[in-house]
Design a binder for this molecule. Structure first.
Ligand code: DQA
Length: 182
């Protein structure tokens, strides 16, 4: 657990080394799905890149892909108290799932939002990420390179990981809850 309100490690805290990479609806079709937008690499190939980067930085990746919102939320719940970080590409749920946003807000670690494409440069309905307010930051628009960048971002943010710079872009939980309203 972090020292209250600081995100810093308290004496005796164990540094978690697990990173949950969470892939939402339709991402299992990468490689076949709109290759002009998402490229020709499969999700498995992107994961290999994430795992190799995590290995080099002393982290361990666990992956979960589902087309089912409830399964994704369950995976976030299971990560609480266990994982150091979540790297989440929620697919189209990015733009609609307040439930996933709430689940991520209740996660006690680093959260990095990831997109292969750059949603801000696409159709207007993709311009809003409702999960963004529960994240530390976003990596978007760099295709498969994003998997490596997202893991590097995690290593830079996890307190006590040896590579962190002590910053977090994630609002304190109290502030996030106020923003989300009643
Ligand atoms: C995506 C962008 C989303 O808008 C879209 O619905 C996806 C993939 C991306 O990785 O670029 O499924 O998250």
């Amino acid at each position: 657990m972090s020292a209250p309100g600081t995100g810093a490690l308290a004496a005796g805290d164990r540094v978690r080394r697990g990173i949950l990479v969470l892939s939402g609806p339709n991402l299992g079709l990468l490689g076949e799905r709109q290759p002009d937008v998402y490229g020709s690499a499969t999700l498995g190939e992107h994961l290999e890149r994430a795992v190799a980067t995590a290995d080099a930085l002393g982290f361990e990746v666990t992956h979960r892909q589902s087309d089912d919102e409830a399964a994704l939320i369950g995976a976030v719940h299971a990560a609480r108290g266990e994982m150091a970080a979540i790297v989440v590409n929620a697919g189209a749920l990015t733009h609609s799932s307040w439930s996933l946003c709430d689940a991520l807000a209740a996660f006690d670690g680093v959260v990095v939002e990831l997109h292969l494409s750059n949603p801000a440069a696409r159709e207007p309905w993709r311009h809003t990420s409702v999960v963004a307010q529960a994240t530390d930051g976003m990596v978007a628009g760099f295709g498969g390179l994003g998997y490596e960048l997202a893991i590097r971002a995690v290593a830079g943010l996890v307190p006590g990981s040896g590579t962190d710079d002590g910053r977090s872009g994630r609002a304190p939980q109290r502030e996030r809850q106020e923003e989300m309203g009643p």
